[in-house]
Design a protein around this ligand. Structure first.
Ligand code: ZN
Ligand code: ZN
Length: 120
């Protein structure tokens, strides 16, 4: 029987919670890993003030995911020192070009359509 995928129960070194893992090496639970990960990113942003472009290259994650982190509040940007320098006028997320993000542009279009319907 191959035991490659055998789950191991471990106790997290950071928070003491028991968790399942396939990883024999790790010693912190996914929650703490996540927190540590974003802790590192936050520190990096504070120190280096990278643009989204640079952060994406550095972390090897797509830019769209970084924008999602910003929107979810997992990482923060300080307005003015801003990562892309351009922010959506509607929701404030960093955007690459234009004045609103794709989502808000879509919403605006939807709203327009709704208004028309109501008018009729
Ligand atoms: Zn933990
Ligand atoms: Zn927006």
């Amino acid at each position: 029987m191959p035991d490659l995928m055998q789950k191991i129960v471990k106790k997290c070194e950071e928070c003491g919670v028991a968790y399942f893992t396939f990883d024999e090496e790790g010693s912190v639970c996914p929650k703490c890993q996540d927190r540590n990960y974003f802790g590192c990113i936050r520190r990096y942003i504070d120190d280096e003030e990278p643009t989204v472009e640079e952060l994406s290259t550095e972390l090897r994650v797509p830019k769209i995911r970084i924008y999602r982190w910003i929107r979810d509040g997992r990482i923060q940007y300080i307005p003015g020192t801003g990562m892309t320098g351009i922010f959506c006028e509607e929701c404030g997320i960093p955007i690459e070009f234009g004045s609103v993000c794709i989502k808000c542009a879509k919403n605006a279009r939807k709203k327009k359509r709704k208004k028309k319907k109501i008018a009729i």
